[in-house]
Design a protein around this ligand. Structure first.
Ligand code: GLN
Length: 480
């Protein structure tokens, strides 16, 4: 049943192309694998524009350009604008919407020689943890078609895990890169908030959203992030600091990196772990300790409020961001209407799915006059306490090692009628978004049914090099 395969790593493709290999073979093979996909992970394949981009890359190689991603096939989540291509956030309300420009992160990858071969399936407007709210239907987990791939970037995760492409982009507002990476068994990285420009990413919760890669190795995630990062005048929240490239260090990382490292584990989580998840985590702890790391228990006392705080802040921001979908500016509009108000009612009533409407209503409520202080402002205060907790924890350790998800992939339909259960899927990932810190999911093992278990690494803001080197060293240990 399992459709797990590997494809050449992005770094290997680049090396081969630099040594004279024809990049067409990598792109053509990826296009074929995308066509053969059985998981509904890819919603549109761009054969024609991929071939045109390939011709352009070949010309540039011919001119002697050193392209850091020469010929690397790439899939992008359907909330990332790609000029002259449909981009819909898997929502009916964006039916027919053709992006007038390309997201900065995507453009940087294209400029570096990557070839976009399609858009991937996702939860509508990135709201979900199971990829079951997409207007394009459910995505299947490549390890078991009856199970969800995680969400909201389920299509990108399934594509990277099943070896369709070496790199796929996702967005992470509360866990949407790391949780599906964990459940599908690939690497998923959310950089520090502000590391990658959000320009051209359809906004969900602007103070939390961050673009990041899915890959089959930590070093490929580093390579992709190095290319995407940097200040963008079109996104004022993107950092203007110069950041060290991480790829070379991460590629060279081996378990020796762990010698003398202080790896924290979250004391409060330990009695929440059960069964195969608990034993996998114990094994991983033992492996890092054997490699010479010091394990340090750390406390995040306010993290227990993370889900509650998130569903106030994220829904508040979403209600504002999604007000732009009014039936006038973008995509879908109901044909029959009496006046302007009627256009809004009908378009938004029919265009948004149930989960998105639930969030807009929640968000409108928490921001409304009389409730703002009690909900939004209070949530912002608790968010600050959570940032302080991380600051204190990172005085005791370099990196925190934890689990990404409290369970392995669940079955389709299992949590759709119970939003609270669904929201709790992200109980371990949300805090990193609230604190704006970088965090990555690395495959750590499997449960007794063969379903992947991701290990979560988190570190202080802008410490990508240390985080990714540690994660790369652990990736080798856990795979052994
Ligand atoms: N699952 C979370 C939610 O539904 C996180 C989504 C995300 O990171 N985009 O809000």
């Amino acid at each position: 049943m399992s459709q797990i395969a590997s494809c050449p790593l992005a770094s290997d493709i680049v090396k081969q192309v630099q040594e004279g290999a024809d990049p067409s073979q990598f792109v053509d093979e990826a296009l074929q694998r995308a066509k053969d996909d059985e998981n509904n992970a890819i919603i549109r394949i761009y054969e024609e524009s991929a071939q045109a981009a390939l011709a352009n890359v070949k010309e540039r190689i011919g001119n002697g350009d050193q392209l850091p991603l020469a010929g690397v096939p790439l899939l992008i989540k359907d909330n990332l604008c790609y000029k002259d291509h449909l981009t819909t956030s898997c929502s009916k309300i964006l039916e027919g919407f053709v992006a007038p420009y390309t997201a900065t992160a995507v453009q940087k990858l294209i400029d570096a020689g990557a070839i976009v071969i399609g858009h991937t399936n996702m939860d509508e407007f990135a709201m979900g943890s199971s990829n079951e709210t997409s207007v394009n239907g459910n995505v299947k987990n490549p390890h078991d078609p009856e199970r969800i791939p995680g969400g909201s970037s389920g299509g990108s995760a399934a594509s990277a895990a099943s070896g369709i492409v070496p790199l796929a982009l996702g967005s992470d507002t509360g866990g949407s890169i790391r949780q599906p990476a964990s459940l599908c068994g690939c690497v998923g990285f959310k950089p520090t908030y502000g590391h990658v420009s959000r320009y051209g990413l359809m906004a969900f919760a602007s103070s939390l959203d961050q673009i990041g890669p899915f890959s089959q190795s930590v070093s490929d995630a580093a390579l992709c992030t190095d290319v995407m990062s940097g200040h963008d005048p079109l996104d004022s929240s993107s950092s203007s600091q110069q950041h060290d490239a991480t790829f070379e260090a991460v590629l060279a990382a081996n378990p020796d990196v762990l010698k003398g490292k202080k790896i924290g584990y979250i004391a409060e989580h330990q009695d929440q772990l059960t069964g195969d998840i608990a034993s996998t985590f114990d094994r991983c702890k033992q492996l890092v300790q054997e490699a010479g790391a010091e394990l340090v228990p750390v406390s995040l006392p306010h993290e227990k409020y993370a889900v509650a705080v998130y569903y106030i802040i994220a829904t508040g921001e979403a209600s504002s961001n999604l007000s732009r979908y009014d039936g006038i500016h973008y995509g879908f509009r109901d044909d029959e209407f009496e006046d302007l108000t009627d256009i809004y009612y009908k378009t938004r009533g029919e265009g948004f799915g149930a989960e998105v409407k639930r969030r807009i209503m929640l968000g409108t409520y928490v921001l409304s006059h009389g409730y703002y202080d009690a909900y939004y402002k209070q949530a912002m205060r608790v968010r600050k306490l959570m940032c302080n907790d991380f600051e204190a924890a990172f005085k005791q350790c370099d990196v925190i090692m934890d689990l990404v998800s409290p369970s392995t992939a669940f079955k389709h339909g299992e949590r759709m009628d119970d939003p609270i259960q669904m929201y709790l899927s992200d109980i371990f990932t949300i805090a990193a978004n609230l604190a704006g810190i970088p965090a990555i999911s690395v495959p750590g093992g499997k449960d007794s049914s063969g379903l992947p278990i991701g290990i979560h690494f988190q570190s202080p803001q802008w410490s990508e090099k240390s985080l990714l080197s540690t994660a790369a060293a652990c990736e080798q240990l856990f795979q052994a």
